[in-house]
Design a protein around this ligand. Sequence first.
Ligand code: GTP
Length: 158
Amino acid sequence: MEPITFKDYYDNTVKLSFDDHPFSTDPKHVWVLCRFRGQWLLTEHPRRGIEFPGGKVEPGENADQAAVREVFEETGGHVSSLHYLGQYKVDGKGGIIIKNIYYATVDKLLLKDRYYETNGPVFFEELPESFEGQQKFSFMMKDQVLIQSLQHTKERFL
Ligand code: GTP
């Protein structure tokens, strides 16, 4: 399927696809839609606000491993199953970044003293219908990537 193209919150061009690794077989970024005991599990970034966990792939690990690590670092959650959903490519001011999107379930949550770059876990029974103008949510929650990824997650897993 042709990727869909749109502008993000910062007016950067994004291409999104739910095919098997359409932009890179070795992407350097990950984003993980998480659930824990029937709730959505997100994290609060001190500057960006509330968002699903994710980040950069580190040297020596692959994208799947980065996804599991980032969920733990940012929420304390232990991933019990990880599913690849799709990929997106952002053409931003600092260059092009490619992210794998995952759906993960978490079976254990460790309460930690520190959560690396975040303030730790945040839970939602239901996510808001729209994130527009909602200051407490990160820009990452405010484009088609989330809407479409949630749709795919619901169709496949919920
Ligand atoms: P650090 O994560 O603190 O190292 O900062 P960084 O801004 O260098 O991060 P990164 O390389 O992850 O992102 C660079 C730029 O790409 C960001 O400033 C955003 O404009 C854009 N970007 C990163 N992740 C996303 C995303 O998930 N969605 C969208 N739309 N843009 C993103």
